[in-house]
Design a protein around this ligand. Sequence first.
Ligand code: SAM
Length: 281
Amino acid sequence: MQTRGRLYRHLRDRFRAAGLPTADLDARLLAAAALGIDPASLVLDPDEAVSGEGAALAEAHLQHRLAGMPVGRILGRREFFGLELALSAGTLEPRPDTEILVEAVLARVSPEAPLRIADLGTGTGAICLALLGRLPLALALAVDLSPDALATARGNALRHGLAGRVLFLQGDYAAALAPGLDVIVSNPPYISHAELAALDPGVRDHDPILALDGGADGLDAYRVLAPQCHDLLRHGGLLACEIGAAQGASVAGLFAAAGFQRIEIVQDLAGLDRVVLGWKI
Ligand SMILES: C[S@@+](CC[C@H](N)C(=O)[O-])C[C@H]1O[C@@H](n2cnc3c(N)ncnc32)[C@H](O)[C@@H]1O
């Protein structure tokens, strides 16, 4: 008889043998998802029998993972800043690094302020939904070029009860937005062509190219965003962008050239440059 505990150990041992760095966690998440149970139940009730259907689904998850598919892609969902977000073919899988951007903004605005926020290149809606969850009086515009991403983001907003405070727009960054915004956030595509060629297949083959390709040197989006956002922000407004680890000085330079002041570069938990912030004074 197949049990929860045996099924989990089967996945774990195969992932360990394949050298996956997060073998135990991946096995727990994928086995629990296949069985439709909480991961803790694998440990609490290891002797519970599993259905043939559950075991077959776990085997399919196992094969996908061994073929290099990230866990979030297999599950079709991912946790970000405490929110479970659905993914789709048109969305980047949100990364923990991007939580640094959310935290950097939250540390610089008042939670009681009725802020008008724009999230340019919203993907799953990760950044703006995380912000709206912590800023109860804020409203947001979430823009993406991808209609698939926008549909997914809208579903995520509905799931978390935030759809009444965010408007989803298909567009080219801020080209269609009106001035007067308080905060603009963006995690634009910032991978250079040289880095794209060398990218881990788990990223290259599963995240959409529109979410990754930052042009020859990775800075194309910031060249557009910095002047565009300076025009759209009110005086006292904040622009916060996620960046690649080697882009801090270049993006700070683009912010300064567009007229931003009090520019800061914030590091992630690994000490790498991750966010550039600037104020329109
Ligand atoms: C790196 S992903 C970030 C997604 C999400 N904000 C996150 O942090 O997980 C960049 C997003 O920008 C969108 N995008 C790319 N070019 C764009 C453009 N010119 N205008 C609007 N969105 C764009 C992509 O479709 C993608 O959803």
